[in-house]
Design a protein around this ligand. Structure first.
Ligand code: ATP
Length: 442
């Protein structure tokens, strides 16, 4: 399948089945914004929950926070974003379209072939005013990354929980960047979500000391990618060359994914020395040092930062999970089916309950089964269309199991459970269903 074709199919499925819609669509859309529908929000929520469970709830050394999106201007002065979060931009002298100059190969407009104007720099933060007076004193920014809220809460976590190094602070939430050229569906949006951790360590005495933390996080990221079921053949690692590193970063590794439009960043991992805490300390005038009880020393911790984009995760998962194959029909023929092979834990719907027909009490029985299952898992009830069509619809949203209620259910108390991947069906007693899915789903 041609790669662009593949992308089109993913975007169209995402819309058709209620994963992702264009933001403000009825007004012609707002570039760089996407709205998640019922299936999309369920998928996104499942990813976030799994991330939170893996990195916060299952560990004693990472603290979760949820900081405000609107942050004080000085946070972003300290972080360097006010002065330096600029992308190079060029404008076509003919069609007036704007591009990131590092993304265009020559001096000719990729849209109309016109000549490109001089390079200018464009700050990507969304600026607003807080309160009723709109002057320079009320300027605030929507955070361009969640990390800012982690550094500004570092002292709160120290004061409340007295953690010992190394420890982490984690946050999941929205970030905003006024990207010059939002593109490639969820890949480059102006409003998106991040899942970030700042992992604080003792200032290392030698390279081996920080490298072991860096290696640990590289492994955690690799494990995460497998845990969520991304196609690991499409994952690659990119080591940022020394000359391209920011002055405060000793090492940056990007995990890249082979999206249908090319190989690009999925996640980033950076060792940022004490840059962030030191500059927040000097701009705020608040002591952000850590006191080591054992050595009786006071210092600013260093930090290793794994930064994960949630929307890029959704896009990579849709890409990895999308499959087209031949499936048998009820009358012995075959037809093409589209199936999303999500891991059960991430699937928006775990079990679909389908009465074979609405009549003869089948729908009522199916509702009863649905009510029993939905207290345990995300379930869907569907009684419209032929059973074959309903299976196809569930395949398209990646539902691992369909439960069909037929006349045997009324007479013998059993249903058929159909597995999404093998398409095999087996009869299971209604009284055993909860145990059956407890075993099958996780
Ligand atoms: P890129 O080079 O692709 O612009 P970046 O290096 O600026 O990305 P970071 O600042 O490291 O990205 O942000 C961390 C993560 O946030 C990225 O790895 C990505 O998953 C996600 N991310 C960044 N910008 C966007 C965006 N515009 N839309 C969606 N996700 C994004």
């Amino acid at each position: 399948m041609a790669q662009n074709d593949h992308m089109e199919k993913i975007v169209s499925l995402a819309k058709r089945r209620g994963f992702v819609y264009q933001g403000s669509e009825i007004y012609g859309g707002l570039a760089g914004t996407w709205d998640y529908g019922p299936m999309g929000i369920a998928l996104k929520q499942n990813i976030k929950n799994l991330w939170w469970k893996t990195f916060v709830e299952s560990r004693a050394d990472i603290y979760g926070i949820d900081a405000a999106i609107l942050m004080h201007r000085d946070v972003w002065v300290a972080s360097g974003h006010v002065d330096g979060f600029n992308d190079p931009m060029v404008e076509c002298t003919k069609c007036k379209k704007r591009f990131r100059s590092d993304f265009v190969a020559d001096n000719v407009c990729p849209e109309c072939g016109g000549e490109l104007g001089p390079e200018r720099f464009f700050n990507m933060m969304f600026r607003t005013n807080v309160g009723t007076v709109s002057d320079s004193s009320s300027v605030a920014y929507l955070r361009p990354e969640t990390a800012g809220g982690i550094f500004t809460n570092f002292k709160n976590i120290l004061d409340t929980f007295h953690p010992s190094l190394p420890f982490g602070i984690a946050q999941v939430g929205k970030a905003f960047r006024n990207e010059i050229a939002p593109r490639d569906f969820l890949f480059r949006a102006r409003e998106f979500e991040q899942m970030e951790i700042e992992w604080f360590i003792k200032p290392p005495e030698n390279d081996a000391e920080w490298q072991k933390h860096f290696e640990m996080w590289q492994k955690e990221l690799r494990d995460w990618v497998s845990l969520i079921g991304l196609d690991t053949k499409k994952i690659s690692k990119y080591e940022t060359p020394h000359r391209d590193l920011a002055h405060y970063s000793k090492r940056t590794v990007d995990l890249k994914y082979e999206y249908p439009f090319g190989v690009h960043e999925l996640y980033g991992l950076a060792y940022r020395i004490d840059h962030d805490l030191s500059s927040q300390q000097s701009h705020s005038g608040v002591d952000l040092s850590y006191f080591d009880q054992e050595t009786k020393e006071r210092f600013i911790p260093h930090v290793v930062e794994p930064s994960l984009g949630l929307d890029r995760t959704v896009l990579a998962l849709l890409d990895s999970a999308y499959m087209e194959e031949e499936a048998p029909t009820a009358d012995g023929k075959t037809e093409e089916r589209v199936v999303l092979t999500f891991k059960p834990e991430l699937a928006p719907v775990k079990v679909a309950v389908l009465p074979l027909m609405r009549k003869d009490g089948l729908a009522e029985k199916a509702r009863e089964v649905f009510d029993g299952l939905k207290t345990h898992w995300q379930c869907q009830y569907d009684e419209t269309g032929s059973i074959g069509k309903r299976y196809r619809r569930q395949d398209e949203i990646g539902t691992p199991y369909c439960v069909t209620i037929d006349y045997n259910t009324l007479e013998g108390g059993t249903i058929t459970a159909r597995n999404r991947d093998s398409m095999k069906q087996e009869r299971v007693a209604v009284s055993e269903l909860t145990n059956y899915f407890k075993e099958k789903l996780f």
